[in-house]
Design a protein around this ligand. Structure first.
Ligand code: NAP
Length: 283
């Protein structure tokens, strides 16, 4: 595989310019025998410019954050670091405590972006107040949400400080296109980037024959086509998780793949865009 030469395009998120291609870390750091391999994969991703790193207190109960902390040691300034608070911790005091625990595991004194992992039973007012407090104290630079549908986002914007939301991180790939109806166009209109998680459907998508066919035409791989498809939209950031260096290199080079009208039409036929609202699915 050739080394990527094209700079990663950037979008504005929470007041910073971030690469449209980042690195997910769910289920990483959980197997001691794979720790070194996963660490090198994340560090290679950083070397290649995929400096947006997504983790969460939930992932392996903190082990993913520890791995990320190890990966960014000595190079914190290069990284746009994202973590998430569990809804069950998202009370006024609980959010602050959870953030402090994440910071300790990550070995840093600030997060670039802190997300509410999904909407729970704590009133949004409380969580937003805590997030705004963390922002004021400099412990986070921006905050956002995850798995919020358009109605949740409307509720959020109605609470004091709710307009401060910087992004919504949602499940988006060729076989789940529900956000194209409302969430994505509404976010684009507000110039709020959407973070697409599971962009290669955890690997399942890659076996689809149509993806393989498009990939062959481009001399690319199915994963690269899946990522190029997600990234075809303005204001979308993809955060594939790759714990193997070969996958990291491959994903980084996905920005070189430009899908043309014929590719997109073929993919649309195989994976039609929704024509009516479908509930937002989460993992
Ligand atoms: P994903 O990124 O769609 O898929 C990850 C899987 O695909 C891994 O098994 C990985 O293998 C494989 N893979 C990656 N690149 C590949 C390539 N080029 N060729 C072949 N296989 C490849 O799924 P995900 O981990 O669910 O989502 C990505 C990230 O989004 C997560 O890690 C997490 O940070 C975030 N996320 C957020 C939420 C939320 O609720 N906010 C939910 C789910 C995920 P290897 O590991 O073996 O390289």
């Amino acid at each position: 595989m050739t080394e990527p030469h094209q700079e990663l395009p950037r979008v504005s998120l929470g007041g910073q310019l971030v690469p449209v291609l980042g690195q997910g870390t769910w289920m990483m750091g959980e197997r001691p025998e794979r720790f070194r391999e996963e660490l090198s994969a994340l560090q290679l991703g950083l070397d290649l410019g995929m400096t947006l790193m997504d983790t969460a207190e939930m992932y392996g109960n903190g082990v993913s954050e520890r791995l990320v902390g190890e990966a960014i040691r000595g190079r914190r300034d290069e990284v746009f670091l994202v973590s998430k608070v569990l809804p069950s911790h998202a009370s006024r005091a609980g959010t602050v405590q959870a953030c402090h625990r994440s910071l300790r595991r990550l070995g840093t004194d600030y997060l670039d972006l802190y997300l509410l992992h999904w909407r729970g039973s704590v009133p949004l007012e409380e969580t937003v107040e805590a997030l705004e407090g963390l922002k004021a104290s400099g412990e986070i630079r921006a905050w956002g949400v995850s798995n919020f549908d358009p109605a949740d986002l409307r509720d959020l914007r109605r609470v004091p400080g709710g307009e401060g939301v910087a992004t919504d991180q949602v499940r988006y790939h060729l076989t789940r296109r529900g956000i194209e109806l409302a969430l994505l166009p509404e976010s684009q209109a507000r110039r709020l980037p959407v973070m697409a998680y599971s962009p290669v459907e955890q690997g399942r998508l890659l076996r689809q024959p149509v993806l393989q066919e498009v990939a062959r035409r481009h001399g690319a791989t199915p994963a690269q086509v899946a990522l190029a498809w997600v990234l075809r939209q303005p204001g979308v950031i993809a955060i594939p998780k790759a714990s193997r260096e070969v996958h990291v290199r491959e994903n980084r080079a996905a920005v070189e793949v430009v899908l043309d009208a014929a590719d997109l039409a073929q993919l649309d036929r195989a994976f039609p865009a929704p024509t009516r609202a479908v509930p937002l699915e989460m993992l």
